[in-house]
Write a protein that binds this ligand. Structure first.
Ligand code: NAP
Ligand code: SF4
Length: 676
């Protein structure tokens, strides 16, 4: 057994978990409507079948005031129990345990009913909360206890009480948000009273044989937050009040430090879990950016944690645990920490899914059956769309041939993986390569798919997934030798100089700016150290909220290049980037001295540099390199050459270059293959 610690059972007294893998809480949107619970049950059942030990559901509010958004998931009456029972029965049938997370959003709720310890508006919300009265506080404690009792009735093995991420309980504990002068505010003991009382009353209500996980904020990452000494005091009180195990919470939602984005090194906050563990005798769960069985095993082996929570990695691959247990870790579809299809969608009010696994949270909708008849399928292009199509079609039993003119698979992912903070894209390529091989897909590299080759192949189905080529903007001087194209730069074929203008401030312009301003740390320890230094995190946990205000934002431009990042639109550069990650990319580049300009037009490129016209008139950017990241155009020339009798199905960038993103490419490839 390669991962003995990860697959060691854990006896919690109440129940015996079959291993140390926890599917951490992650809102999918399926929790919010009664009619979606069968889908939620299928989603969790697939993860339970995949071998996870303990599942923690997305947040369920104990009352309407605690909703995260209008009419979000809630458990406050017996009428709501039956739908949850469907979930617990489905999970138990597959041998896993499941806890329901009780989440009261407090001032983060996106609706007018919100309450908080004090009437202070959160910087990330439009709504101002109402200050809870003393009677309101008592009612809320009763609501938590009732919610836990109903969860027990619904068949859950326990509850996780959400006490971190800046939600209601955290708001009570923190002097930043609790300005009360009664017995629920002021001293630390008073501020702790609300969560401690909740745990005490929940335990009293549910009895001893029920798990209570408490997710505690080990690191707030907001100014005026708690210091660890205070957290250690809270841990002791909660332990005494009846908690079974602690889960690690990192960063409030309003924090301006990334906590789970790709730029966070793997296990980048496990040192916080280690501190929590040193302050309690109860088992502790490690969280944040753990997406690999070897990393999880190391944390357990080194005694950093007793369990390891993975939320997004289990969206990405429901069989994560069983693959690791059976030595097939090279087949794990690894979460790349992009947030694009999970959190970005949730924060836009849509149902979560996963960029690398479009079946996530669509298990009953995107079904991959064995094909009724084996077909010969020819796929042109081995980018994300073509690869997803190829492996899904092969899984269904089809004979698949992939034509790729480059010498390796990956398409645009080959460029993304070179960008610091996007190393995880390598894992997706490893996953695809392994699956192609195991499924016996005929991959023809360095092979241009001509019309003759397609016709000779005698394919029943032809799929054009040839992707995109960079758009050539109409700028006088575009042929100048100082003009480079982003694929050449990111693949290392061409070197940028010391003064660089990037034409186009979309996702790829940002990637190129990152590539040119950061060098990769030599190892994981150095990566964590550099990350904490760059974002001003106090690894001693002595500063309030764990933030070193004075040392904050030491510019991380390790290359000292001067970079201009340009766009014609007047909007903020990077506005099209992910909702949950765009701000961090912008902040990081600004800290590295990248100068972003909007509302400009390109006049010409010559020996002296790039001539632009901005809001203040003409200007010369004295640069030695101009890198073009001005979007893409579809590659569809094969369509011209093929006779009209051949039906060609288009997916990914070949179908639509505008707003091309990997999520759409992989989804289209998978959906098409599921129907062929
Ligand atoms: P993009 O996001 O559409 O950005 C293209 C950029 O080129 C825009 O800033 C646009 O700004 C500029 N542009 C367009 N036509 C131009 C022209 N004729 N002349 C000069 N500039 C022009 O495309 P991308 O950066 O190539 O990215 C491709 C896709 O991958 C996008 O969907 C992107 O979201 C995705 N991606 C995402 C990430 C991420 O971090 N989430 C990273 C990489 C890629 P103006 O028109 O205002 O000048
Ligand atoms: Fe991970 Fe991205 Fe999938 Fe979210 S969308 S689970 S971050 S790979």
């Amino acid at each position: 057994m390669k991962y003995p610690h990860l697959f060691a059972p854990l006896d919690l007294g109440v129940v015996r978990l079959r291993n140390r893998i926890v599917m951490g809480s992650m809102h999918t949107g399926l929790e919010d409507r009664a009619r979606d619970f069968p889908k939620l049950a299928a989603y969790f059942a697939e993860r339970a079948r995949g071998g996870v030990g303990l599942i923690i559901t997305g947040g369920i509010a104990p009352n309407a005031a605690g909703w995260i958004g209008p009419f979000a998931g809630k458990l406050s009456s017996r009428r709501e129990v039956a739908r949850h029972r469907r979930v617990t029965e489905a999970v138990h049938a597959e041998g896993a345990h499941i806890c329901m997370q009780i989440l009261h959003a407090g001032r983060y709720g996106y609706h007018p009913l919100i309450v908080a310890p004090s009437a202070l508006k959160a910087p990330i919300n439009h709504f101002t909360p109402r200050e809870l009265s003393r009677r309101g506080i008592e009612r809320h404690i009763a609501d938590f206890a009732r919610c836990a009792a109903l969860a027990r009735e619904a068949g859950y093995d326990g509850v996780e009480i959400m006490g971190s991420e800046g939600y209601l309980l955290n708001q009570f504990v923190s002097p930043r948000t609790n300005r009360r002068e009664d017995e629920w505010g002021g001293s630390q003991e008073n501020r702790n009273r609300f969560p401690v009382e909740i745990v005490r009353r929940v335990r009293e209500t549910v009895g001893p044989d029920f798990i209570i996980v408490y997710r505690i904020s080990g690191l707030d990452l907001v100014s005026g937050g708690n210091v660890f000494e205070e957290t250690a005091g809270l841990l002791r009180q909660l332990e005494h009040a009846g908690v079974t195990l602690f889960d690690t919470g990192i960063g409030w939602h309003e924090a301006r430090v990334p906590t789970i984005a790709g730029m966070v090194p793997r296990a980048g906050f496990s040192w916080v879990t280690a501190r929590i563990k040193s302050a309690t005798r109860l088992p502790v769960i490690a969280t944040n950016r753990i997406n690999d069985p070897a990393v999880a095993e190391r944390l357990l082996r080194e005694g950093t944690a007793d369990l390891v929570s993975m939320a997004r990695p289990l969206l990405a691959d429901a069989e994560f645990a069983s693959k690791a247990a059976s030595g097939r870790e090279d087949e794990i579809n690894t979460c790349i920490a992009c947030n694009q299809a999970c959190l970005d969608r949730i924060f836009s009010g849509k149902r979560a899914t996963c960029l690398v696994n479009p079946r996530a949270a669509r298990e009953t909708e995107l079904i991959v059956h064995t094909a009724p008849a084996r077909k010969r399928i020819g796929i042109v292009g081995a980018g994300p769309a073509g690869l997803a199509c190829a492996i899904t079609a092969a899984e269904r039993g089809h004979a698949v041939t992939v034509f790729e003119e480059e010498q390796e698979i990956g398409g645009q992912f080959r460029y993304a993986r070179e960008v610091p903070g996007k190393d995880e894209f390598r894992e997706t390529l490893r996953y695809f390569a392994t699956r192609l091989e195991k499924l016996g897909v005929d991959v023809r590299l360095r092979t241009r798919a001509t019309a003759e080759a397609i016709l000779d192949g005698g394919f029943d189905e032809v799929v054009l997934a040839a992707g995109v080529r960079p758009r050539v903007p109409e700028i006088p001087g575009i042929e100048h030798p100082k003009v480079l194209w982003y694929p050449d730069v990111l693949c290392g074929r061409r070197q940028a100089g010391e003064r660089v203008a990037i034409v186009g401030a979309g996702g790829i312009g940002f990637d190129v700016a990152t590539y040119l301003t950061v060098s990769r740390p030599p190892d994981e320890t150095a990566a964590v150290h550099e990350f904490c230094a760059e974002w001003g995190i106090d690894t001693q946990l002595r500063a309030p909220g764990g933030l070193l205000e004075s040392a904050r934002r030491t510019p991380g431009n390790t290359t000292r290049r001067k970079i201009y990042l340009l766009q014609r639109k007047v909007s903020r550069p990077g506005a099209s980037l992910g909702r949950t990650t765009g701000w961090a990319h912008r902040m990081a580049l600004q800290a590295r001295g990248v100068e972003m300009r909007s509302g400009i037009s390109y006049q010409r490129i010559d020996d002296s540099g790039l001539h632009i016209r901005g809001p203040h008139g003409p200007e010369l950017l004295d640069v030695d390199t101009v890198i073009i990241c001005a979007g893409q155009e579809s590659r569809t020339e094969l369509l011209r050459d093929l006779p009209s009798t051949v039906r060609v199905r288009l997916i990914g960038g070949a179908l639509l270059a505008a707003e091309l993103d990997a999520e759409r490419a992989i989804r289209e490839g998978t959906e098409l293959a599921a129907q062929l």
